[in-house]
Design a protein around this ligand. Structure first.
Ligand code: CO
Length: 496
C-alpha cells in the first residue's frame, strides 16, 4: 500500500451547496471562513463552476467572476478548482470554441488553478479543445471519467478512457461518480487498474446518496487513490459528499493519514452549520440514504424530478411505471450516463411514453437533438428503430457538435452593447443571455450590492399540515404539455 498521505479536495463552496442548498450559498457567507480554510492544506478547494455561475447572477444578484477574487484574497495558499462541462462550459448546450477558450483564460486570470473537465457522454471530442487550452495556459488539467453503471460500461472501459486522457496530456484523472453509485469494491478495482495503467494522480469524486461514499473513499485510498473529494461535515452526507472529518479520522495513524488538524476542521464545520440556517428555504428535507439510487441506479436528483413532473400532471400513481420505463429509454438511447443534460432527457421521455400511452408519440426537441448527435456520441449505438422513429429521413451528424457553431464572442459583444462593462461581462452574456442581461440591467440601475454584503433570502414557511390523500380514482391518461414539463425538468434538474 502506498504510504503517501491522502489529499482532500473540499467541496463546501461548490458541490456541497449545489447538492444540498440549490446552489444558493452567497460569497458573503463564504468570506468569513476563508482564512481558516486556507490553513488546512487541502489539495484544492472546489469553489466555482457547475451551477454556481448561473445561480450567482440569477438568484444571488452577484457577479460570478468577483467571487474568485474575493476568496483568493483570503485564501492565497489553496489551489482553486473549477468544474468545467467541456464544450458545455457552465451551461446546458454546446458553445463555440472561442467562448470555451476565453472563459478558461479569464478564469485563470481571476485565480482558478485546477480545471476538472468532463463530458456527460464521455465523448472526448467534447473535451479536447478545453483540455488543450487549459494545458496551453499552464493550469492543472484534470480530466474526468463520468462513472455510471450499465451493460456497456465496464471498469476496463473506464481505464481505457483514463489512458486516452493521459495521452491527451491530463495532469490528473478524476473518477466522477456524480450519482453516488460506486461501490467500495468497484472503487478499489477501478483505482487499482487506473494506477497500474497510468502514471498520473487519481482523484475520486462521489456523493453520499447511496450511503456507500465514505467506504468507497477508504477502499479507494487502500488502492492508492491520491485525492478524494469531501465536504466539511455540516454540509456533507445525503446528496452531498462524504464528510471530510470522517475520512480524516478513519485514516488517522494509517499509512494514508491525511495529517489534517481535526480541531481546525471542526471550527470550519461549526461555521458552516451556522450559515446553513440562512438557506433553510432551499433544503430538500432529504437527510438519509436514498435506497432508490441503489435499486434503480437513478440519481436522487433525477428521481425528485420525476416525482414533480408527475405531480404537476396529477399522475403520481404512474410513478412505478415511469421508473420501469427509464431503463428502457436509457437503453434505446445508447446508455447515456444519467447526468445533466441526459438525465432530464431520459426522465422526460420516459414520463411522456407512459402518460401518453404510446411510446415516443411525443419527443422533446432536446431528445431529437440528442438522437441527431448534437450532444456527441452516446456510449452505445441508439436503437435503429427508435432513431428512425424520431429522425425520420434526417441523418444524424457524425462530426464534433461544436464544429457546426460559428464563433460567438464578437456577436455577443455586439448584442449586449454598453450593458457589458468588460470582456468578462460579454462571456457571462454569451453563456446565459437572458440571466446576464437582467443582471446587467439591475447593476446599471444601482441595484447590485457589493459582493461582500449578505444576500436576503425568504424565510421558510412552516409546513402545511398534510391531510391523508383519498385513494386516486382510475383515470384515462391525461393530455400532457411536454413543453412545460421539459422546462420543469430543466429548472429542478440534477445538475451536478
Ligand atoms: Co458532484
Amino acid at each position: 500500500m502506498t504510504t503517501k498521505p491522502l489529499k482532500i479536495t473540499e467541496t463546501a463552496l461548490r458541490d456541497a451547496h449545489q447538492s444540498l442548498l440549490a446552489t444558493r450559498m452567497s460569497t458573503a457567507d463564504m468570506l468569513p471562513i476563508a482564512e481558516k480554510m486556507d490553513k488546512v492544506g487541502y489539495f484544492s478547494v472546489e469553489m466555482w463552476g457547475g451551477a454556481t455561475f448561473d445561480s450567482a447572477m440569477r438568484f444571488l444578484n452577484e457577479n460570478p467572476w468577483e467571487r474568485i477574487t474575493a476568496l483568493k484574497e483570503r485564501m492565497p495558499n489553496t489551489p482553486f478548482q473549477m468544474l468545467f462541462r467541456g464544450q458545455n462550459i457552465l451551461g446546458y448546450r454546446h458553445y463555440p470554441d472561442d467562448i470555451v477558450e476565453k472563459v478558461i483564460v479569464a478564469s485563470i486570470k481571476r485565480g482558478i488553478q485546477v480545471f476538472r473537465i468532463f463530458d456527460a457522454l464521455n465523448d472526448v471530442r467534447n473535451m479536447r479543445w478545453a483540455m488543450e487550452v487549459v494545458k496551453r495556459e499552464g493550469a492543472h488539467l484534470q480530466a474526468a471519467i463520468c462513472y455510471t453503471i450499465s451493460p456497456v460500461h465496464t471498469i476496463d472501459g473506464f481505464v481505457e478512457l483514463g489512458k486516452e486522457f493521459a495521452a491527451m496530456g491530463a495532469d490528473s484523472i478524476c473518477i466522477k461518480d456524480m450519482a453516488g453509485l460506486i461501490s467500495p469494491y468497484d472503487a478499489y478495482e477501478l483505482v487499482s487498474k487506473l494506477k497500474q495503467a497510468i502514471d498520473l494522480p487519481i482523484q475520486l469524486h462521489t456523493h453520499y446518496t447511496s450511503g456507500m461514499g465514505s467506504t468507497a473513499i477508504i477502499k479507494a485510498a487502500e488502492a492508492g487513490v491520491d485525492v478524494a473529494d469531501t465536504a466539511i461535515s455540516s454540509v456533507a452526507l445525503a446528496t452531498s459528499q462524504p464528510a471530510t472529518e470522517t475520512i480524516v479520522a478513519m485514516l488517522k495513524g494509517t499509512p494514508r493519514d491525511t495529517g489534517y488538524d481535526l480541531g481546525l476542521l471542526s471550527e470550519i464545520s461549526g461555521y458552516f452549520a451556522d450559515i446553513r440556517r440562512h438557506y433553510a428555504a432551499f433544503e430538500s428535507g432529504f437527510n438519509g440514504v436514498d435506497v432508490r439510487v441503489l435499486r434503480y441506479q437513478i440519481p436522487g436528483g433525477m428521481l425528485s424530478n420525476l416525482v414533480s413532473q408527475l405531480r404537476e400532471q396529477g399522475a403520481e400513481d404512474r410513478y412505478e411505471e415511469v421508473l420501469a420505463e427509464v431503463p428502457r429509454v436509457r437503453a434505446e438511447l445508447g446508455y447515456p450516463p444519467l447526468v445533466t443534460p441526459s438525465s432530464q432527457m431520459v426522465g422526460t421521455q420516459a414520463t411522456l411514453n407512459v402518460l401518453l400511452g404510446e411510446r415516443y408519440k411525443m419527443v422533446p426537441q432536446e431528445v431529437k437533438n440528442y438522437v441527431k448527435g448534437m450532444y456527441g456520441r452516446p456510449p452505445a449505438p441508439i436503437d435503429p428503430d427508435i432513431e428512425k422513429l424520431i429522425l425520420g429521413d434526417e441523418e444524424p451528424i457524425d462530426c464534433r457538435p461544436a464544429d457546426l457553431l460559428e464563433p460567438g464572442f464578437e456577436k455577443a459583444k455586439e448584442e449586449i452593447g454598453d450593458l457589458a462593462w468588460n470582456d468578462e461581462d460579454v462571456l457571462s452574456y454569451a453563456l446565459f443571455p437572458q440571466v446576464a442581461r437582467a443582471f446587467f440591467e439591475r447593476r446599471a440601475r444601482g441595484e447590485v450590492p457589493p459582493i461582500t454584503e449578505p444576500r436576503i433570502f425568504p424565510v421558510p414557511k412552516a409546513p402545511e399540515p398534510v391531510a391523508t390523500p383519498a385513494p386516486a380514482a382510475p383515470t384515462a391518461p391525461r393530455k400532457v404539455l411536454p413543453y412545460s414539463m421539459w422546462k420543469l425538468a430543466g429548472r429542478v434538474g440534477n445538475r451536478r
